[in-house]
Write a protein that binds this ligand. Structure first.
Ligand SMILES: Nc1ncnc2c1ncn2[C@@H]1O[C@H](COP(=O)(O)OP(=O)(O)O)[C@@H](O)[C@H]1O
Ligand SMILES: N[C@@H](CCOP(=O)(O)O)C(=O)O
Length: 352
């Protein structure tokens, strides 16, 4: 009998204001893979057949050697001595996470790929090792860690020794090489495996009544582009501003009832949002005009990941908050969609 399983990975919102590259929150939109492995491998080797529905369906490659998720799976397999996908593999992806909006679509695709590789190779790798593989592709830990573990998660990258630094710094083009068409079983190069224990994390508490409103502009902004505008040096004043807020925020979001005055201020940022406002017209207006005073029920508001989505955390009044944000964006000529989301669990592998 063919083996069937599915892999379900949540969207994430990274940073939550002051936690740039440090914290992430998993949200109730998912990328789901449904996988079928034939009982008897087809001979000669048959390349995977991918079908795809949902967000990104008009642009995502269906060639397993070009698709991000399957390339990551192949990286995991090849690092573990398995040279190719099982012959005749079938994979359907259904994606609810919009591309390039700051809701962790690439992080979810990478985690889905790592888990897919682990399952196809029956490798039984622990979560910590799965994270190592993900960090070789997505090099900031906030999205991938929250997508893997679930909930409100903080993470850091271990300081590596010289050899591990070299191993972890290989270019992405070596981790995910350009595979020739029909790379199949005979393709030669071995990718560099990740060093052990790159990423470390902790899951914070989350106060049950807090929901997330994602206000999603109808344009894409690639994370790479939104990172290019950031400076490489910061003043001590700005660093301390963020550190003070992040220290308070991680506990404040677990308190019941949550304190809007504490959280609104603790979700402010001076490390990334001020620089990204040039790419997201309306960002400063939305984050400063919608407050717990003007919109009771609001706790805090920030850029989601690298943007352009805005994340508002609130306990009530969701529609008013979202519609007023929409009006502000409209004054800048930007249309938005919004979704009320809950905090999701981590990635899962389900039978059948
Ligand atoms: N499900 C997916 N399958 C394949 N590629 C994906 C998938 N999701 C995202 N990607 C890739 O990641 C890109 C978006 O990544 P990024 O710029 O980091 O934005 P974000 O992660 O904030 O959505 C997409 O343009 C696409 O190339
Ligand atoms: N810390 C990163 C997070 C990027 O998240 P994404 O969801 O936009 O990919 C950053 O702010 O660059």
């Amino acid at each position: 009998m063919a083996r069937q399983f599915s892999v379900k990975v949540p969207a994430t919102s990274a940073n939550i204001g002051p936690g740039f590259d440090v914290v992430g929150l998993s949200l109730s939109l998912h990328l789901t893979l449904t996988v079928t492995v034939p009982a008897v491998p087809e001979k000669p080797h048959v390349a995977p057949k991918i079908t795809y529905t949902g967000e990104g369906a008009d642009e995502v490659p269906l060639d397993a050697y070009k698709n991000l998720t399957t390339r990551v799976a192949l990286y995991v397999l090849r690092c573990n001595g398995i040279r190719s996908f099982p012959s005749g593999l079938k994979l359907h992806a259904h994606n609810e996470i919009p591309f390039g909006r700051g809701l962790g679509s690439s992080g979810a695709a990478v985690i889905a790929g790592v888990i897919l590789g682990n399952e196809l190779g029956e490798l039984n790798l622990p979560k910590e090792r799965l994270l190592d593989f993900a960090l070789m592709v997505e090099r900031h830990p906030d999205n991938v860690t929250a997508a893997l573990i679930g909930g409100f998660v903080g993470s850091y990258l271990r300081e590596l020794d010289e050899a591990d630094t070299a191993a972890a710094s290989v270019p992405l083009s070596e981790v995910l090489p350009e595979y020739p068409p029909d790379a199949g079983e005979d393709w030669g190069l071995h990718p560099p495996p990740p060093p052990d224990g790159i990423g470390h994390y902790v899951r914070f508490g989350w106060s049950e009544p807090i929901k997330a409103i994602a206000i999603i502009p109808r344009f894409e902004l690639s994370t790479a582009k939104a990172r290019e505008v950031l400076p490489s040096m910061y003043t001590r004043k700005d660093l301390v501003f963020n550190l003070q807020r992040l220290a308070v925020l991680t506990t404040a979001l677990a308190q019941n009832p949550p304190d809007p005055d504490l959280i609104y201020e603790a979700m402010k940022d001076r490390i990334h949002q001020p620089y990204r406002k040039t790419l997201i017209p309306g960002l400063p207006e939305v984050t400063s005009c919608i407050t717990p005073t003007t919109h009771p029920g609001l706790l805090g508001i920030c850029l989601s990941g690298a943007g352009p989505t805005i994340l508002a955390l609130a306990t009530t009044n969701f529609e008013k908050i979202a519609e007023d944000a929409r009006k502000i964006f409209q004054t800048q000529g930007i249309e938005v969609d919004w979704k009320l989301l809950t905090i999701a669990g981590g990635s899962q592998v389900l039978p059948g």
